[in-house]
Write a protein that binds this ligand. Structure first.
Ligand SMILES: Nc1ncnc2c1ncn2[C@@H]1O[C@H](COP(=O)(O)OP(=O)(O)OP(=O)(O)O)[C@@H](O)[C@H]1O
Length: 411
């Protein structure tokens, strides 16, 4: 399983310019997380800080018990070997063919024989769909292939943590879907902890287990995907819907007067070309390709999220319970909230829910209640079995759920 990354109070400035401050989050081991944020909010700086390429001003970033902010150069060198990084452009050496590019970290960092290197490189090229392209130069292949070659190279040292900087940059939506699938498949196969930085809405909605967002030099939120996907936080809502109206402006943020004017114009019927439909709500997550086993990270995440369910905003709780199959609802001893079902005239059929459990999408229900204020009333809170004692049940795949668990800020 991949390594857990615990980040506490991380702050980074360049001179007098603070990029972000007091970022605290935990990347759960073996899960896929994504960090969103408008351009220039410091997402790439965040990735570089995580591998020690940039030094934060304060805070901690702890991996396998080592705080990479304060550790020695030697320790940092060792910790970096746990990482595989896919930079935006693949960062391939232009004069080397794909084989040599992918073999490079093995030749640099290990004493493996050329025959062993050939085996590993062949395996990684195969995994990334590049078998047969090993003799090509980076300049001779498409942007999508360069990304996959960069990913193959990021995999050769068997990383426990994979950082991916904007996997969709320069790619069309179809190639973006393929690279997204590849990331989910890799997570299934090697169970590494993955952090993706992106501003692609579709990728954000369908790929990661956990979602976070940087804005105004702060981490707006970080937690299970359902929290962000059902949030009515204005900046999150604007971002997920790709709207001009909202706090994010052309050069990062707008003043209150501009926002008020835009609201008034919209209320008066002015269209700024933004989509009308509110796409908030939990959509199904991308599954591993057919033929691959169940994703262990997804199974662990489900157990983890069900342990912290009662701490999450009401809409997120609802989205999570709705996305469970009836068997899973029974297993976790939760049920979809019946408040909405009878009032829904034409519920969309959801796989895994019987007629009485059909619940309208959040966007079908009119205004979303503010989920950041308080908790659900006690009678509406999902009942979660307690610790490993009473109520704990064996899972089909082994192990028990209950006990422990992070707060919502810790994903
Ligand atoms: N080495 C550096 N020295 C000084 N400033 C820097 C350095 N690297 C990044 N910055 C500044 O940090 C800010 C955040 O940059 P960063 O590239 O992390 O943003 P981003 O969120 O990844 O943007 P995008 O989505 O457009 O890639 C920018 O204002 C940038 O100019």
């Amino acid at each position: 399983m991949g390594a857990e990354v615990v980040i506490e109070g991380l702050t980074k400035s360049f001179g007098r310019q603070t990029i972000w401050r007091d970022v605290t989050l935990t990347l759960p081991p073996g899960e896929v997380s994504a960090m969103l944020g408008p351009s220039g909010t410091g997402k790439s700086v965040f990735l570089k800080s995580m591998i020690g390429l940039l030094k934060p001003d304060k805070g901690r970033c702890v991996i396998n018990g080592v705080d990479i902010v304060t550790c020695s150069e030697h320790k940092l060198y060792e910790i970096r070997k746990l990482f595989g990084v896919l930079f935006q452009d693949g960062a391939l050496f232009g004069s080397m063919n794909l084989y040599d590019n992918v073999a490079f970290p093995l030749r640099e960092h290990t004493k493996k024989s050329e025959s062993e290197i050939r085996r590993i490189v062949g395996e990684k090229l195969e995994m990334t769909g590049l078998a047969g392209a090993d003799k090509k130069l980076p300049g001779e292949i498409s942007g999508g292939m360069r990304k996959r070659a960069g990913l193959a190279r990021a995999l050769v040292l068997d990383p426990q943590i994979i950082l991916v900087d904007e996997p969709d940059s320069g790619l069309d939506p179809v190639r973006t879907a393929y690279i997204s699938q590849l990331l989910i498949d890799l997570n299934t196969q090697i169970d590494a902890t993955i952090l993706i930085v992106s501003h692609n809405i579709n990728l954000a909605r369908t790929v990661p287990d956990n979602l976070g967002m940087l804005f105004r030099k702060e981490l707006v939120m970080f937690g299970p995907r359902e929290v962000l996907l059902t949030s009515d936080e204005p900046v999150v809502e604007q971002f997920l819907n790709g709207r001009k109206r909202g706090p994010i402006g052309m050069s990062e943020e707008k003043d209150t007067a501009t926002m008020a004017r835009e609201e008034a114009e919209a209320a008066a019927g002015h269209s700024d070309g933004s989509p009308d439909e509110d796409i908030r709500g939990v959509v199904p997550q991308m599954q591993p390709s057919p033929g691959l086993p169940e994703r262990a990270g997804a199974r662990r995440r489900m157990d983890r999220v069900m342990r912290i369910l009662h701490t999450l905003p009401a809409n997120a709780q609802e989205g999570i319970i709705e996305s469970l199959t009836p068997e899973e609802q029974r297993h976790y001893n939760v049920h979809a909230n019946p408040r909405y079902a009878p009032q829904n005239p034409a519920p969309q059929n959801r796989p895994g829910l019987d007629d009485t459990q059909q619940i309208p999408r959040i966007s079908d229900r009119g205004p979303v209640p503010n989920q950041h204020q308080g908790q659900l009333p006690a009678d509406q809170v999902a009942r979660i079995p307690g610790g490993a004692g009473e109520g704990a049940q064996p899972r089909p795949g082994g192990g028990y759920f209950g006990g422990g668990g992070n707060g919502p800020g810790g994903a």
